[in-house]
Design a binder for this molecule. Structure first.
Ligand code: PMP
Length: 406
């Protein structure tokens, strides 16, 4: 097996080779969005230069080529998630749209008095759609708590499951804390009560090999842009029987088989959920991104990122004023932190002055910030192309900042 060659990987990412404010760019905002390798950029350029046409309805050559590339990307996603059929893959704008699609589709089956279970570490996009569904149906939202390490409290979680629980939506990995949930165990517990489960894989997908058949979840969602693919494309995996039962999300072209003014017969799954002209170029880019990730290996990437995270956490312990937020035993490549006496927004700005891109804010997880009693955190998040030298640069940057603020 070839050794992990981070220098070679970096050469595939043109954006990394630049200076920001006179310093080499250190890009540590990967949990927000990842950079794109030239293989992905080339796939999009190639599509627009050679094959651009609308899909599915055309009989001409370009349309056939575009359709083939689009449907091949569906097979690539299917294999990446180990779904039983490519028909179980619905393309969406991203994780947010996929969650809204499911929440919307459940509106006819969820009733007053029913309960929907989420956790206290969810991203707003896995909270708000369920609140909206509850408002529409009279169901109520139950929230399983987390402990001071940012781990789900398993007994409390289990105690919240009852015969009123009609659906659960849980993140595989938290974007604010990096916590990786024992997702298989949670799914099994929910299934003992016949509760269908949606897994928010937006953060997990670049770091963890996902096998939806082994997990046995009803739904799994992710965004392409966190997986080295373009923005505006993502996927929903759903078990065929679930997708078949569910009402469509949007009406329009491509999602129908027959339309009259009296009545419309919907198209088959997955097309029933893909109304209108989709993001064809983005979908092709997503296929190319998955091919690229597979060429290196998700497990190899994860091992590299975990080494960076462990190195960062050890370095961070030497800095007295630094507190890591999120110290779960099972954790992905995210280090959220605060510095005594320095507002996280100032950390973000001052790090940028040193060429270092980190995120500062509530990370679309305000309830997590409330739980830890902080207005925001700074967050460094690692990807396949980050290096130990970049972790050193991050730590030096933090030390400079502490010195500056006295
Ligand atoms: N869930 C989690 C855990 C996330 O980190 C994100 C993106 N920050 C989302 C959902 C939403 O993803 P998107 O904005 O790409 O739809």
């Amino acid at each position: 097996l070839a050794a992990y060659d981070v220098d070679k990987i970096r050469q595939d990412f043109p954006v990394l080779d630049q200076q920001v404010r006179g310093k080499p760019l250190v890009y540590l905002d990967n949990a927000a969005t990842s950079q794109k390798p030239k293989q992905v950029i080339d796939s999009i350029v190639n599509y627009y230069e050679n094959d651009n046409a609308n899909i599915h309805r055309g009989v001409h050559t370009l349309s056939e080529r575009a359709t083939l590339s689009y449907e091949n990307a569906r097979k690539t996603v299917q294999q990446f998630l180990n779904a039983a059929s490519e028909k179980e893959i619905v393309f969406t704008r991203g994780a947010t749209e996929a969650i809204n699609l499911v929440a919307n589709g459940l509106a006819e089956t969820i009733k007053q008095g029913d309960e929907i279970l989420i956790t206290a570490m969810e991203h707003h996009s896995n909270i708000v759609p369920w609140q909206m569904l509850c408002k529409k149906t009279g169901a109520s939202l139950k929230v399983a708590p987390i402990n001071e390490h940012g781990e789900l409290m398993l007994e409390e979680f289990e105690a919240l499951i009852s015969n009123k629980t009609k659906f659960a939506a849980i993140s595989h990995m938290s974007n604010a804390l990096g916590t990786i949930n024992p997702i298989k165990q949670l799914i099994d517990q929910l299934h003992q009560h016949d509760v269908p489960v949606l897994v928010d894989g937006a953060q997990a997908i670049p770091h963890i090999s996902v096998d939806v058949q082994a997990l046995d979840c009803e739904f799994y969602v992710f965004s392409g842009h966190k997986l080295y693919a373009p923005t505006g494309i993502g996927a929903l995996y759903g078990k065929m029987e679930q997708l078949e039962q569910m009402a469509p999300y949007q009406g329009g072209g491509d999602m129908i088989s027959v339309v009259t003014f009296d009545k419309t017969v919907y198209n088959k799954v997955p097309y029933k959920f893909e109304a209108g002209t989709p993001n064809i170029a983005g979908t092709i880019g997503l296929g190319a991104a998955i091919d690229y990730v597979n060429s290196i290996g998700v497990d190899e990437i994860a091992a590299h990122e975990n080494a960076l995270l462990n190195y960062a956490v050890v370095q961070a312990k030497r800095i007295d004023k630094l507190r890591v937020i999120g110290t779960a035993k099972e954790k992905g490549a995210i280090m959220s932190f605060v510095l005594d006496g320095i507002h996280p927004h100032d950390i973000g700005t001052m790090m940028d002055h040193q060429g270092i891109a980190v995120r500062a804010g509530h990370h679309c997880a305000m309830p997590v910030m409330d739980f830890f009693g902080v207005p925001a955190t700074a967050r460094a998040s690692f990807a396949m192309y980050n290096t130990h030298q970049e972790v050193d640069a991050l730590m030096a940057g933090i030390e400079n900042l502490i010195e500056m603020f006295g």
